[in-house]
Design a binder for this molecule. Structure first.
Ligand SMILES: Nc1nc2c(c(=O)[nH]1)N[C@H]1C(S)=C(S)[C@@H](COP(=O)(O)OP(=O)(O)OC[C@H]3O[C@@H](n4cnc5c(N)ncnc54)[C@H](O)[C@@H]3O)O[C@H]1N2
Ligand code: MOO
Length: 411
């Protein structure tokens, strides 16, 4: 699966490999969702307008529906006879020449009328008391079409309302509602089996024995996945026994159809690397990527299901997600929106290992980024205090304060 030099597989190469793995193995599934339940999802197919919007010519103002030619006096106010009023929601009878029909905003324009005069410009300038048949004086010379919202002026029947791939926010879902469409066909979220590994890893809330730590990665990755529109179908912590790991993985796969298996931990050079020991002979490749943190990576398929292994250090897991999985999901499913990438001035010097993309954590504010914490991949407190990833390029070993750096905003 590509070249892996001394310093590891180039970051871009592994990004491509992850994107390709998902693209090749994911059958796109769709779901029907009610409009409100479809918020934030990606539209699966084109939607054409089943009818026009507005569906009929209607008034943009409370006022009088008129025939513009009746007001063609060249300037002086014109007297018209008041016709029956037209409320919104009722069919409008035709407008006889020489008459003006009180019309409310959104009410159907009567046949024959081609303009609306707002009530403020009429004499008298109120509707009540002002019975049908009385005279109303309206300004001479009103352009045809004034304050008329013509049929189909927003969208005509048959035109493209929303294209496949559109992210459905309030406005897009409001449009479907306006078109009378009660459900949306959306792309099904990616289903993920999420496994944290390690004898030392204990669920938060449980007491720790000596040498144990609480599981940060399940929460960190589950939330990242959910924010990216994926669905964590099952997550659990598995101990450092390759046999038990494989049995548990296969049991989960048989019970829960998933599109991706994601593990953290157990893939580097130690004596008990459970994920590597369980799967290295099984079509999964364990490699080193030229990145720090997040160097150790696993990629392949297990029983035909795409498989990715991230390193166990929490910052390594998060950076792996941001650099490899999140962009692949964006490209493939339309969710999430890519991170905002900015150039910022580095507030202090940064040292970086030769030949590796170093991903530091920082606080970005108004064009400057200050590093938060050191490069250590266990520093989850510093990660939590950061709002940006700071990219120190592979070829750079030292960036002086004031250098321009690329940052990815995490918010
Ligand atoms: N001799 C070498 N040792 C290590 C290398 C190396 O190249 N040669 N690489 C280091 C790097 S870089 C990383 S990153 C880690 C990756 O290790 P693993 O993916 O095998 O992960 P573990 O050893 O299981 O754990 C690493 C670290 O993270 C803690 N951890 C694990 N899971 C969780 C969790 N769910 N929540 C919180 N913390 C977790 C674990 O206790 C370890 O401290 O390997 C280096 N070693
Ligand atoms: O690749 Mo590791 O993530 O540096 O700690």
């Amino acid at each position: 699966m590509g070249s892996t030099g001394n310093r590891g597989r180039p970051v871009q190469e592994h990004q491509d490999a992850v994107a390709q793995l998902l693209a090749q193995n994911l059958r796109s599934r769709t779901q029907e969702r009610s409009l409100e339940a479809a918020a934030g999802r990606i539209l699966a197919g084109d939607v054409r307008a089943p009818g026009s919007l507005p569906p009929f010519a209607n008034s943009q103002m409370d006022g009088y529906a008129v025939r513009s030619t009746d007001l063609d006096s060249g300037g002086a106010a014109v007297e018209l006879a008041v016709a029956a009023a037209i409320p919104a929601g009722a069919p409008a009878p035709g407008l006889a020449p020489g008459t003006a029909a009180p019309i409310m905003t959104g009410a159907m324009l009567p046949e024959g009328a081609d303009a609306v005069v707002p009530i403020e410009r009429a004499v008298p300038d109120t509707f009540y008391p002002h019975p049908e048949g009385e005279a109303v004086f309206l300004p001479g010379s009103v352009p045809a079409g004034q304050f008329v919202r013509s049929r189909g002026s927003d969208i005509a029947a048959g035109d493209m309302a929303l294209a496949a791939g559109t992210r459905l926010g309030a406005a897009q879902l409001g449009l479907l509602a306006a078109l009378g469409i009660p459900v949306a066909s959306v792309r099904a979220p990616l289903r993920v089996l999420l496994l944290s590994t390690g004898d030392e890893v204990v669920e938060p809330g449980r007491p720790l024995a000596p040498g144990q730590i609480h599981d940060a990665n399940t929460t960190l990755l589950a939330v990242s996945l959910r924010e990216a529109g994926a669905e964590v179908i099952r997550s659990r912590i598995l101990a450092d026994s390759p046999g038990d790991f494989l049995a548990a993985l296969r049991e989960d796969l048989s019970r829960h159809p998933v599109d991706l298996i994601l593990t953290s931990g157990g893939i580097s050079k130690g004596a008990y690397e459970v994920v590597r020991l369980a799967l290295a002979a099984d079509g999964v490749e364990f490699i080193s990527v030229a990145m720090q943190p997040g160097g150790p990576q696993g990629i392949g398929t297990v029983d035909g299901v795409p498989f990715l292994a991230f390193p166990g250090n929490p910052v390594s897991a998060l950076v792996s997600f941001e650099v490899f999985l999140r962009p692949a999901l964006s490209a493939l499913t339309g969710l999430p929106a890519p991170r905002r990438v900015l150039t910022a001035l580095l507030a202090e010097e940064a040292l970086s290992p030769a030949g590796k993309l170093q991903v530091r954590r920082g606080q970005y504010d108004a064009g400057t980024v200050a590093l938060v914490g050191g490069p250590g991949s266990h520093l989850i407190h510093a990660l939590a205090a950061s709002n940006a990833l700071v990219l120190v390029p592979e070829e750079t070993e030292r960036l002086p304060a004031g250098s321009e750096v690329t940052v990815w905003l995490l918010e």
